[in-house]
Design a binder for this molecule. Structure first.
Ligand code: C2E
Ligand code: MG
Ligand code: MG
Ligand code: MG
Length: 276
């Protein structure tokens, strides 16, 4: 009896593994098609400058509009795109699209707005990263100083050494580099000193509960970032209290639902017309 139960257990496990694998292959295939069929879309979330009290940047955030399945969020497909390598063509599309939209905003008179684009570790590791970014900017007609690239700390720590040189070249062109989701990965405060970043984005987890200790931690991170010559963005600002706290802690920029959700192009234009 025990043996039979074990066998059944095993075969059930086996078939669910099989099922999961099939699901994954299907998802990978439809993601590849989505790129060709124009089903990928960028949303844009404003970042406000605290001192100027107006939006100064927009972060491009990828959405996948699946024909029958509605909108899929990056958490559900970026990992698959990364593992399959699809993130390379997708990332190239994202960068071009985001830079073009930023150039378009400039043409409408919002001529100091810059765009921030998330770069996956896999993209950062590409040997031709620098040329590819340069060509994309040229194609979009956007000056490098209007582009900020965000790299999640936990994703690239393994390959940091191999990327450092490329990062230096990107910065040499005038592109800013931001360390995304700071606090979720492994970089210590002291390691920050060694990293070639212009901007530190403090992860939204830090805002979840602002007690005395937590708030002192955030203030200290911001002070240190400033000592190291970095700008700070506090993400995940959802309430007026959090917005006040971030400003009081001397964050340079703030981003979150309190200011705006990520918006489709048209809605972003409406938003800009209202608040800029
Ligand atoms: P991220 O770069 O840290 O982006 C911020 C995420 O927080 C976004 O989720 C955004 O919608 C969400 N968010 C913004 N404000 C708030 C807030 O006030 N409260 C809360 N709870 N959440 C807020 P989203 O759009 O689902 O993206 C998730 C992650 O997927 C991004 O995190 C980024 O790491 C990745 N991602 C998005 N687009 C791209 C892309 O084009 N390329 C790559 N490689 N990764 C991307
Ligand atoms: Mg980001
Ligand atoms: Mg992230
Ligand atoms: Mg983040």
């Amino acid at each position: 009896y025990a043996k039979e139960a074990k066998m059944n257990g095993y075969s059930r496990f086996d078939s669910s593994m099989h099922e999961a694998m099939l699901q994954r292959i299907k998802l990978e295939n439809s993601l590849a098609k989505a790129l060709e069929r124009n089903q990928l879309e960028l949303f844009y979330q404003p970042q406000w400058d605290v001192a100027l009290n107006k939006p100064v940047a927009i972060e491009a955030l990828l959405r996948w509009n699946r024909s029958n399945k509605g909108r899929v969020f990056p958490g559900d497909f970026i990992p698959i795109a990364e593992e399959s390598g699809l993130i390379i063509p997708i990332g190239r599309w994202v960068l071009l699209e985001a830079c073009r939209f930023c150039a378009y905003l400039h043409s409408l008179g919002y001529d100091d707005i810059y765009v921030t684009v998330n770069l996956s570790a896999r993209q950062a590791e590409q040997p031709n990263l620098v040329d590819s970014v340069r060509e994309t900017l040229e194609e979009a007609g956007l000056e490098p100083r209007f582009l900020e690239l965000e790299i999640t700390e936990s994703l690239f720590m393994n390959s940091l050494e191999s990327c450092k040189d490329k990062f230096r070249q990107l910065r040499g062109m005038g592109i800013r580099l931001a360390l995304d989701d700071f606090g979720t990965g492994y970089s210590s405060l002291t390691r920050l000193r060694l990293l070639p970043f212009d901007v530190l984005k403090i992860d939204k987890e830090f805002l979840r509960e602002i007690n005395a200790e937590q708030s002192e931690i955030i203030r200290t991170i911001i002070k240190l970032a400033h000592v190291l010559g970095m700008e700070v963005v506090v993400e995940g600002v959802e309430t007026v209290e959090q917005a006040k706290f971030a400003a009081d802690a001397l964050s340079d920029r703030v981003q979150g639902y309190y200011f705006s959700q990520p918006l489709a192009r048209e809605n972003l234009l409406t938003y800009m017309a209202r608040v800029y």
